[in-house]
Design a protein around this ligand. Structure first.
Ligand code: PMP
Length: 406
């Protein structure tokens, strides 16, 4: 496998030249959002300077060019996910909107007493949209527990299915623990009960190859901004047979076939679910981000991140009082931790003074924090541009912080 030329790749990310409090920035908040390479920003800039025109409406050249760019991204995403057809690729504002779309539209046919299976490690984005269904009917969440490593209890999962189960909604990779869940196995089990599965891929797509046909998932969702792409764009993959049956999520322009004051007929897939002007500039730039990532090679990125994870985790273990949350085998490059009784916020603040950007708090996973018996953690997460030298500086900083706070 190719080794990454990280020094060269870092030059693609001008933000990495920044200093914070006079120290070189060490950006370890990649789980929240990754940084953006120049080529993606260049695409945005070029469109604003040369091609910006609304999609799907105009006969004029620029509108047609812009439409072609948007639809080329749809095809690029289809290839990336190995989906069968571009009509199964719907652009949204992000993972959150994609899950809300599915919950709202699928939930339309739910009745009182129906159940949705989620896991203890879901992001709020994969909890709250399902809970909102309870405004109109009684929908209960059934929760898959995990062990102390952060590995889901599949026995318990199997026992949660009953005649009321309507959906399984599971994260591919935990944004707190880094656990890579056995989604393929979970999907096969759900399908034995004729239950569809939504996989939240927000933390997966930048770190591993995803094949929706191999997984056989019914829905797969992710955000562009976590995979070196622009903000404001997300993707919903859905199996055509389900998307065809589902009612639209929002109404407006672009998603209709015919409108009168009495009645509206809807556009074909995927446009039925794309009401209003999409972020066509962002969508075009997502194409550049996918090309960038795949040009480097997702397996090479994963190997590099895994090396950093192992290198850093081993050295963190030597720090007195270090508690790491999430030790599942094969985990993704996310390290959640606390140092003794030191508050996560204090640790994060001190690290920031040393130029190191980490995330602190509950990471939009309060039920998981509750299960762990804590209020929050400090979270460091790696991307393709992080280095062992940065890991060394991070470890040295943690030692200083540990000495100060304990
Ligand atoms: N799910 C997971 C696992 C996430 O990590 C995130 C982002 N932190 C989301 C969903 C929500 O993504 P977005 O805010 O881009 O919609």
């Amino acid at each position: 496998m190719n080794q990454l030329d990280v020094a060269a790749l870092r030059r693609d990310f001008p933000v990495l030249d920044r200093t914070i409090y006079g120290k070189p920035l060490i950006y370890l908040d990649n789980t929240a959002t990754s940084q953006t390479p120049s080529c993606v920003v260049d695409t945005i800039r070029d469109i604003y300077f040369h091609t910006k025109a609304n999609v799907h409406r105009g006969v004029h050249t620029m509108s047609q060019e812009m439409t072609a760019m948007q639809e080329a991204t749809r095809e690029r995403v289809r290839q990336m996910l190995n989906a069968e057809s571009t009509s199964e690729i719907i652009f949204t504002r992000g993972t959150t909107e994609a899950i809300n779309l599915v919950a709202s539209s699928m939930g339309d046919s739910f009745v009182d007493g129906d159940e949705v299976i989620v896991t203890v490690m879901e992001h709020h984005a994969n909890i709250v949209p399902w809970q909102l269904l309870s405004r109109n009917k009684r929908v209960t969440l059934r929760v898959v527990p995990m062990d102390e490593r952060g590995v889901l209890d599949l026995e318990a999962y199997r026992s949660l299915f009953n005649s009321h189960t309507r959906m399984v909604a599971v994260t591919h990779v935990s944004n707190v623990l880094g656990t890579v869940n056995p989604v393929k196995e979970m999907i096969a089990e759900a399908h034995r009960h004729d239950v569809p599965v939504l996989v939240d891929g927000a933390q997966a797509v930048a770190h591993m190859a995803v094949d929706v046909r191999d997984l056989d998932c019914d829905f797969y969702v992710f955000s562009s901004h976590k995979m070196y792409g622009p903000t404001g764009v997300g993707v919903l993959y859905g199996k055509r047979s389900l998307l065809e049956m589902m009612p639209p999520y929002q109404g407006g322009g672009e998603m209709i076939a015919n409108v009168t004051f009495e009645h509206t007929t809807f556009a074909e897939l995927p446009f039925k679910f794309e009401a209003g002007t999409p972020d066509f500039v962002g969508i075009a730039a997502l194409h550049t981000a996918i090309d960038y990532m795949q040009g480097i090679g997702i397996d090479a990125i994963a190997a590099h991140e895994h090396d950093l994870l192992q290198y850093t985790t081993e050295r963190m273990a030597d720090i007195p009082g270090m508690r790491i949350f999430g030790t599942a085998p094969g985990k993704s490059a996310v390290i959640s931790f606390l140092i003794g009784d030191a508050h996560h916020y204090d640790t994060g603040l001190l690290l920031d003074k040393l130029g190191i950007a980490v995330r602190t708090g509950h990471h939009c996973a309060q039920p998981l924090m509750h299960a762990l018996g804590i209020e929050g953690t400090v979270r460091a997460s790696f991307a393709l541009y992080n280095t062992r030298e940065e890991a060394d500086t991070f470890i040295a900083a943690l030692k200083r912080v540990a000495a100060m706070l304990q």
